[in-house]
Design a protein around this ligand. Structure first.
Ligand code: HEC
Length: 137
């Protein structure tokens, strides 16, 4: 190891420590989301469960509903439904049991299982706003 690498290496380690959760430059949430579930399967489940009847969801055919909020930027939201801090366990809880969280919500209990909710959450966390996403009619 030469001196230049040593300094660069130390700077990188210091940077990683500062980022608190550095893993190939990914944030902690991105890493935990990668382990959460199968996002492509989640996209199919969103289609099967008909979430798009109430939500606009990029990348899901026909998902143009306006009953609930559009599900873009989900990875950047602070809160879920204005009730729960946006963490993977809270998102899967909301998807499975919205009425336990908020009894009067218009979002129904659809009988989504834990594994399915993990896959759906993994897909929703891939959404980052309008850039790079496509609306499919
Ligand atoms: C009958 C309409 C309806 C259906 C079907 C529905 N939702 Fe919702 N959803 C809502 C409404 C209304 C809200 C807003 C809840 C609130 O803030 O009280 C909501 C909120 C959400 C939120 C929180 C959004 C935010 O901005 O914080 C997520 C995530 C979500 N729904 C995912 C899903 C998924 C995934 C499905 C399918 C498994 C689904 N929804 C099916 C109506 C629906």
């Amino acid at each position: 190891m030469n001196a230049r690498f040593g300094i660069a290496g130390l700077a990188w380690i210091a940077f990683c420590v500062a980022m608190a959760g550095c893993n190939d430059g990914k944030t902690t949430r991105e890493v935990s989301v990668a382990n959460l579930g199968n996002s492509e399967h989640g996209r199919q489940l969103i289609s099967n469960y008909g979430c798009g009847a109430c939500h606009m969801i990029p990348g899901v055919r026909g998902a143009r509903g306006k009953v609930g909020p559009p599900l873009l930027n989900l990875s950047q939201r602070t809160m879920i439904a204005g009730e729960l801090p946006n963490t993977p366990p809270n998102l899967t809880r909301w998807i499975q049991h919205p009425r336990e969280v908020e009894p009067k919500t218009a979002m129904p209990e659809l009988g989504v299982t834990q594994d399915e909710a993990n896959d759906i959450a993994a897909y929703l966390y891939t959404l980052r706003g309008r850039e790079g996403t496509s609306w499919i009619d």
